[in-house]
Each structure stands twice: as structure tokens, then as C-alpha cells.
Design a protein around this ligand. Structure first.
Ligand code: NAD
Length: 493
């Protein structure tokens, strides 16, 4: 008897999943308490280890907003449910969200945005979009420098592994969820190298999924179309910054930014959250909508294989919205029946556990476990050839012809000045006098006909520049890879 009780306890412990929880700032603690109460009552087999992150930690002098012990907890448990946190303005505080995503390799950010017509007021009754946002690179590398009095720079880094991982994730997700189309948004008509690579990888990987329709839109018109006719889209995959902006737009046009959750998936660890922030103005008033974080928690339950609990909670949530029990952000006279606070909304969902919606489509999560993607395989290296160099110069003059005369004095060893641009536009030779110029100039050097360039030539150029008091702020080597030019031309070149 005692033995079988012990055996049962061991079995119970085995299915229990330990997760890390952070209650965050602002409305965070209220929506986390509501979320945990709902999922625990629904039967989630989770053991919670709580950590403190965010405002208090920042203000105690830790600029990353998280203590070393908390990292240890997150890495040990691998699953992290996080309420929104407040990043204090100024003072060099780094966004904990971005740091967590990158430290833990959470490359895929999945943000489903679905309208709940006719129960939540929306201009887009048939919208059901999933935004798959690249989560580790792009301008979020956060590598920024001031280079001249007038110009600052942020590096946009896009990698082949980053593109392959996120695009494959989008297609695998579409396959698992029985979705029909994957759309890619980029701005590769302008950023031919960075967004161009994302688009190119999308086209390559799309071929492996002939059963799923694929298309590419330039982000500006794509975003306009999404905001106007979201029913034209299904799964949309995009680089980090565009995904950040457009997933808020997509969530908001379903009815409220408070409705959408987000899964940040990596090869080892995952983090689940609401897409909105800590809404400090709403904190401590029992008014916030816990739905966004609850949606994150439901994705977490699916990810850890507790799909039955996830399904039960989602159907109860849909039923509660269908009943017209709404928090202030989605409450609308004539549609809603009852305006409730955070706790009352959670209670209504708990009372609906086991019920299904009758107008909205009930969900079935039988096939919803974590996706298992192959690891990225590094490709063979290309033949890389140095074919020139861009010297970036800080110069306070205004006439590009005058600068060209100064810079030409650096020429030697068959290496010639071929072009000067200012903020990307060609200003020499044959620039327009109307072009506005800052104090930040790119001077492109290339070998003359029949000559070659090597790295010592670049050192010679820099040495001459130092000797002549020309302020070079950085250099950028120009390469070909397997004979293909791998740098942008000057605009107007
Ligand atoms: P926010 O998303 O916190 O709030 C904007 C507005 O949306 C709120 O004033 C409120 O009216 C509404 N809103 C948001 N969530 C809601 C909810 N659950 N229920 C009801 N209404 C809701 O955006 P913000 O005001 O720009 O940012 C506040 C703080 O949150 C900032 O410090 C920011 O850095 C941080 N933030 C954190 C995260 C995160 O932790 N993942 C994400 C975004 C912003």
C-alpha cells in the first residue's frame, strides 16, 4: 500500500514541469496572479520557481535588470513565463527582454493575432494572422556609435543562420497548424544585402514546402495591406524590427493589444509573455486584461506537452469572451454584457473550465507540441576576394569636389578614389549641388584597371590619412564572394 502511494507520488513528480516565473512590473503581478490561478485550476502540472526581474533590480543599480542567480534559475528550468517589465528611461539601462531573447538564443517570436468577432469589437471580423518575428538580430544587435558631430550609426546585422532558422520555423509552424500560406515582408528593394538575404533564404526554403503557398511583399505596402485587409494573410515571417512594430499593429486591430500572447522559442530554452508592456498607468487597480499573458501561458502549456490543459483553458477563455464578460479595454456598450476587473475575469474563465464556445470555433490542440527543427548546418565557405575599401571621413566642409581633392592625395599603389557618397547618395563625381551633405563622407577606393588591392594597401591609405590629418572614422572592406559583388553601390551611381 505504502509502496503504491510512493510509486504514484514519484509518477506525479515525473510529469510535473518546473518553470521560472517573473511577475514583472506595473500590471505584471496582477495579470500573472490571474494567469497562474487559471492554469493551475485547469490542471497544469507545473512547479513554479519565482525570480525578481525588472524595475526594482534596475533601480538597485543592476543595469541589466536581472541578477546572476536568476539567470541560473532560468537556464536550469529552461521554460520562463514572464510578465511585462518596465525599463527605466535613460541611465543606460538595457532592455531585459532583448537581452533574454539573445542570451538564450530565443530566435523565434511567435505572435498569433486573431479577431473574436462578434464578441470583441473590431474592424476586421475575419482576421487570423500569426506573425513569426526573427528575434535575435537586425537592428536589435544594438551596436550604435556616434561617428561625427552630426551622424550616429546603428548596425543592421542579418545572418544566413538567423534567416534560415526563422524562415524554416515559420514553414514548420504553418505545416503543424495546417495553415495555408506563409508571407515574407522585407524592404529588399532598398536594403539589397540585408533584407535581400532574408528574402533570398525565404525563396530557397519555401521550395521545400510545395504544399504551402508562399509570397513576398515589400514591407510598406504589405503593412498597409495587413492593416486594411488582414484576412489576406495567414502566417507572416519578417525580420526583427518590422515584426516588433507589426505584431503590435496586428494585435491592436483585433480589438486590443491586451489580447495577444507571444512565444519566444529557442533550441534549448523558451520564454512566454504578453506582447504588451507593463502599462504602469493601469497598475494596482484590478482593471488590466490578463488575456495576453494567458495566451502566452497557453502557448507554454502546448510547448511543454500539456496540450489538454492548454485546450481546456483556451476554450474557457473563448467562452468567457463569448459570454460578454469583458475587461475595460474591450468592453463596448451593446456588445459586452458585463465590465469586470482582472480578478473577476479570471474567476469567470475558471467557472467556464470544461465549457466550449458555441459561436467562436473551439480549439483542438492534439497536435500542438513543441516543434523540433534540425540544427543549422554551416555551409561551405565561398571564395572571398578583396576588391576595394570604403574610408569613412569626418570632414566639416560642404563642397564634395574640395574633399575629393584632399582625399585624392591618399592615392597610391594603383589604388584610386572612385566615388564619394554622403548618407549613401553619390556626391562625387558629378553630384548635384542640391544634395544636402552632413559631415560624414564615404570615400570609395578601388584598384585601377589591371591592379589589385590587399590589406597592406588599406593600412597605407590609413597611414597617409593620419599623416595628412584626415579624420578617418572607420573603414569597410569591399568583397566579392564567389565572384558576386557583396556591397551596395552608391545611390545614383
Ligand atoms: P504598454 O503596452 O505597457 O501600454 C500601452 C497602453 O496599452 C496602456 O496604457 C493601456 O492603455 C493599454 N494596455 C496594455 N496592456 C494592457 C492590458 N493588459 N490590459 C488593458 N490595457 C492594456 O506600452 P507602454 O506604455 O509603451 O510601455 C510601458 C512600459 O512597458 C515601458 O517601460 C516599456 O519599456 C515596457 N514594455 C515592456 C514589454 C515587455 O516586458 N515585454 C513590452 C513592451 C513595453
Amino acid at each position: 500500500m505504502i509502496f503504491s502511494v510512493l510509486q504514484q507520488q514519484i509518477k506525479k513528480r515525473k510529469v510535473m514541469k518546473k518553470i521560472t516565473v517573473a511577475k514583472g512590473d506595473g500590471i505584471g503581478p496582477e495579470i500573472m496572479d490571474a494567469t497562474l490561478e487559471i492554469i493551475m485550476t485547469a490542471g497544469a502540472k507545473i512547479e513554479i520557481e519565482e525570480i525578481e526581474v525588472g524595475e526594482k533590480v534596475y533601480l538597485a543599480g543592476n543595469t541589466s535588470g536581472i541578477a546572476q542567480e536568476s539567470w541560473d534559475t532560468i537556464r536550469r528550468n529552461k521554460i520562463f513565463l514572464k510578465a511585462p517589465i518596465t525599463t527605466p528611461q535613460g541611465g543606460g539601462y538595457k532592455s531585459l527582454n532583448v537581452t533574454t531573447r539573445k542570451f538564450l538564443g530565443l530566435y523565434s517570436n511567435v505572435r498569433p493575432c486573431m479577431s473574436l468577432h462578434p464578441f470583441v469589437s473590431t474592424k476586421h471580423p475575419v482576421m487570423d494572422i500569426v506573425i513569426v518575428r526573427e528575434n535575435e538580430e537586425d537592428l536589435y544587435a544594438g551596436i550604435e556609435h556616434q561617428q561625427t558631430d552630426e551622424v550616429v550609426q546603428c548596425l543592421k546585422l542579418i545572418s544566413r543562420p538567423g534567416c534560415e532558422k526563422i524562415v524554416r520555423y515559420a514553414f514548420e509552424y504553418a505545416k503543424q497548424q495546417n495553415r495555408k500560406k506563409v508571407t515574407c515582408f522585407t524592404k529588399d528593394n532598398i536594403m539589397k544585402q540585408t533584407d535581400g538575404l532574408f528574402h533570398q533564404v525565404f525563396d530557397e526554403i519555401a521550395k521545400e514546402y510545395p504544399e504551402i503557398e508562399n509570397e513576398h511583399w515589400i514591407i510598406d505596402i504589405g503593412a498597409a495591406k495587413m492593416a486594411d485587409t488582414p484576412e489576406a494573410f495567414d502566417v507572416i515571417v519578417m525580420p526583427n524590427l518590422y515584426g516588433d512594430v507589426l505584431s503590435d499593429v496586428a494585435a491592436q486591430i483585433t480589438g486590443s493589444v491586451g489580447l495577444a500572447g507571444s512565444a519566444n522559442i529557442g533550441e534549448e530554452c523558451s520564454m512566454f509573455e504578453a506582447i504588451h508592456g507593463s502599462a504602469p498607468r493601469r497598475a494596482g487597480q484590478n482593471v488590466a486584461n490578463p488575456s495576453g499573458l494567458l495566451q502566452g501561458a497557453i502557448m507554454m502549456l502546448n510547448h511543454i506537452g500539456q496540450t489538454d490543459v492548454a485546450e481546456k483553458v483556451q476554450n474557457a477563455w473563448l467562452k468567457t469572451l463569448e459570454d460578454g464578460t469583458h475587461t475595460y479595454d474591450i468592453y463596448k456598450e451593446g456588445i459586452s454584457k458585463q465590465k469586470v476587473g482582472t480578478k473577476e475575469f479570471a474567476k469567470a474563465i475558471i467557472d467556464n473550465l470544461g465549457n466550449k464556445p458555441s459561436v467562436l470555433k473551439p480549439v483542438s490542440y492534439a497536435n500542438n507540441s513543441a516543434l523540433n527543427l534540425p540544427k543549422y548546418q554551416r555551409k561551405s565557405t565561398a571564395k572571398k576576394e578583396l576588391v576595394g575599401v570604403d574610408l569613412f571621413v569626418h570632414w566639416g566642409g560642404s563642397d564634395p569636389n574640395e574633399l575629393a581633392e584632399i582625399i585624392k592625395s591618399l592615392e597610391g599603389n594603383g589604388i584610386e578614389l572612385t566615388m564619394i557618397t554622403n548618407r549613401g547618395i553619390k556626391v562625387w563625381p558629378e553630384g548635384f549641388k542640391e544634395t544636402f551633405c552632413t559631415d560624414h563622407w564615404r570615400c570609395r577606393f578601388k584598384p585601377s584597371e589591371g591592379m589589385q588591392i590587399n590589406k597592406s594597401n588599406i593600412v597605407d591609405l590609413l597611414t597617409s590619412a593620419i599623416n595628412q590629418n584626415i579624420d578617418i572614422i572607420k573603414t569597410e572592406n569591399l568583397y566579392t564572394f564567389d565572384g558576386r559583388s557583396a556591397y551596395s553601390l552608391g545611390q545614383g551611381q
